[in-house]
Design a protein around this ligand. Structure first.
Ligand SMILES: Nc1ncnc2c1ncn2[C@@H]1O[C@H](COP(=O)(O)OP(=O)(O)OP(=O)(O)O)[C@@H](O)[C@H]1O
Length: 307
């Protein structure tokens, strides 16, 4: 099917008081992907997700989820999406199993199509099925939120900062589950501050800044946009004057003998950079390079957009 999982067209939101949180955002989330929605704090990500969830009313534009316009077919649109919010919200006096059963009831999921234990197993909470939810750790609560969002088996799952404050091991478990869901055909949209995770997980990434879309590309292409490379060169003597060369964009010293040189991939290559160091009369003892990553691209794009 060619239809998008989520289609967002000229989406605007101006809050009462005049704050324009979304300013004409247009993009599609293709079906079957893990899609990253990134942006600095206050960019408008939560506003966008809250519009998808039906918690915030847009002030302009159109949104459809799994082909259902959220204004014309709100029930079908809502049934097509599961959302895990930043805040952890559930009644602490119910057990995880009860929490899922209540949610299934709210969504009208027939009993024969719902297996609370299977869902709890999937998020590694099987042994906590009958514990009070308030006794769960932060990471466990978050996983319970994911299970809750999947109760009605929606084709689209949205996770807003799902791993904030969750330790590394639990983050990996959560991502493993997200990948598994995706392999089973669920389209996943996530926001995260961990750019490295977005780079590893997402097929495609959109970046918003001050309510505007500033990038929307396959992850590999986006990372490929990084033009800067950094090479660390350790030399055979103390450096009295930091060498300069046309192919260096920036040179910093790390200790007495290590030069940290930034250059642009489109203007020079590592050979030229090293040649320039030798040309300054320095012998090279050691070299290491760092590939540019999503963080570099993200900073460059948001800086450029901020003018
Ligand atoms: N209810 C509200 N009333 C007025 N302004 C709001 C409201 N909610 C959000 N905003 C403003 O809208 C802008 C976008 O906020 P939003 O929470 O969508 O950003 P975000 O990208 O999710 O940020 P974060 O990563 O910090 O959660 C911010 O300037 C925020 O202060």
């Amino acid at each position: 099917m060619t239809q998008a999982a989520i289609a967002i067209d000229s989406l605007c939101k101006t809050y009462q008081g005049g704050k324009r949180a979304l300013d004409g955002v247009t993009f599609d989330v293709p079906r079957g992907q893990i899609f990253g929605l990134l942006g600095p704090n206050g960019a408008g990500k939560s506003t966008l997700i809250n519009i998808l969830a039906g918690l915030v009313n847009k002030t302009g534009g159109n949104v459809s989820i799994w082909g259902f316009d959220i204004d014309a077919h709100p029930r079908n649109a809502k049934a097509s999406i599961g959302i895990v919010n930043q805040e952890i919200i559930f009644d602490p006096f119910f057990t995880p199993k009860e929490t899922l059963e209540i949610q299934a009831g709210l969504y009208g999921v027939p009993k024969d199509r719902f297996n609370a234990m299977a869902l709890l197993r999937a998020v590694h909470l099987e042994d906590k099925a009958d514990a009070y939810s308030r006794t769960l750790s932060g990471g466990m609560k978050r996983r319970l939120m994911v299970a809750k969002a999947m109760v009605h088996s929606p084709p689209v799952l949205v996770l807003d900062e799902p791993t904030a404050g969750v330790d590394v091991e639990l983050r990996q478990q959560l991502w493993a589950y997200v990948r598994e869901l995706n392999q089973r055909g669920v389209t996943v949209v996530l926001t995260t501050h961990y750019l490295e995770e977005a780079e590893q997980l997402c097929d495609r990434i959109a970046i918003i800044n001050h309510g505007k879309l500033i990038a929307n590309k396959p992850t590999r292409e986006l990372v490929g946009m990084a033009q800067e490379k950094v090479v660390e060169v350790t030399v055979d003597r103390d450096v009295a004057t930091v060498p300069d060369n046309a192919c260096f964009q920036k040179v910093e010293m790390k200790g007495e003998r290590t030069l940290v040189i930034t250059y642009r991939k489109d203007q020079a290559n590592a050979g030229e950079v090293l040649g320039a160091v030798q040309g300054a009369g320095l012998g090279i003892v050691d070299v290491s390079t760092r590939e540019a990553d999503l963080e570099d691209v993200f900073l460059n794009l948001t800086r450029a957009a901020n003018g």
